[in-house]
Design a protein around this ligand. Sequence first.
Ligand code: X2X
Length: 361
Amino acid sequence: MHNFVKKCATLVGMALVSIPLWANAASYKAEYSLSVVPGPTSGWALTAEYFTQLVKERSNGRINIKVYPAAQLMSGKQTSEFMLLRNGAIDFAMASTINWSPQIKELNLPALPFMIAHQPDRFKAMDAILAGKSGKVLIDAVEKKGVKFIGWAENGFRELTTSKGPIATPADLKGMKIRVVGSPIFIETFDALGANPVNMNWSEATTGFQQGLVDGQENPTNGINIGLKIWDYHKFTTDWHYIIDPLLLCANPKIWSGFSKEDQQLLIECGKDSEQYGKALSRMGMDDGKSLALLQKLNRVPAYTDPYAEMEAHGMTVTKLTPEQINAFYEVTAPVREKWTKIIGEDLVKAALEDMEKVAQ
Ligand code: X2X
């Protein structure tokens, strides 16, 4: 009898808990879209897939999000992603600060050439920005422009790959055609380096590499270059860490406010876990082993574990710049940092330098 009463009480309790969930689920979309610019083999798309899997599992299938890689939702035009998310044509995006920087000037901060590369530990410096005062300014700037910020992830530090090389000094880059994203700071940075920047959407870039329209490009090693088999086009890579693009996981505000408070919290928690996974994918083989250990724990280790050995095994020459060599690039790009510090906001750049200072030994 006692057991029977207990069972009834549990059933009643379950019903009480479940009713609001059913009520909410009824107003949810059967499927939400999530935009990603590069293709499905990128660390970025894998991070987005991981996020949607976590959300599906933890919501017991109530929230279904489908990843649309390869800039499908904006016909390849990556710098229009922000507007499409804001106006509701896209529900969620895991987006690069680079692609949104034409609309949100503060997002040029991590693209200030060699600013983070110049720090003693670039990963710690990036994390300090995201967790610090300057990160808060970035989030506020994004939200003020009309989308809901959920969390960070990482495409990675962008390294140079070229068909001619090796590149170890600014002089080596002279006159080389380098594909860049259509965001003005890139054109100015590569101009300052003496190169010949060519603005091209990522959707057309691989064909451009194949046809030799450009001599090089810049993208993260783990995040993009290895998945793309960049060695089919470029046999040289230079580790110069010149900028990084953190990824912003965001939602259209109407879509966001359609979720219950509990589900909003669930999405934020899934975002935090996918940030850890995405950063580990981006940093694997480049840190003290922490990233690989996390990927092993998650049982999600890529087919290779040493990115440099992987590239060399495919015939690439890897040039890892010393801090002194990076400094030469840092000096040449000083005018770009000066000009863009004014555009981004002097207070924001100062806050970022202070955030990074706190973790520099
Ligand atoms: O276009 C690029 O280089 C990429 C894929 O990294 C971005 O979307 C910023």
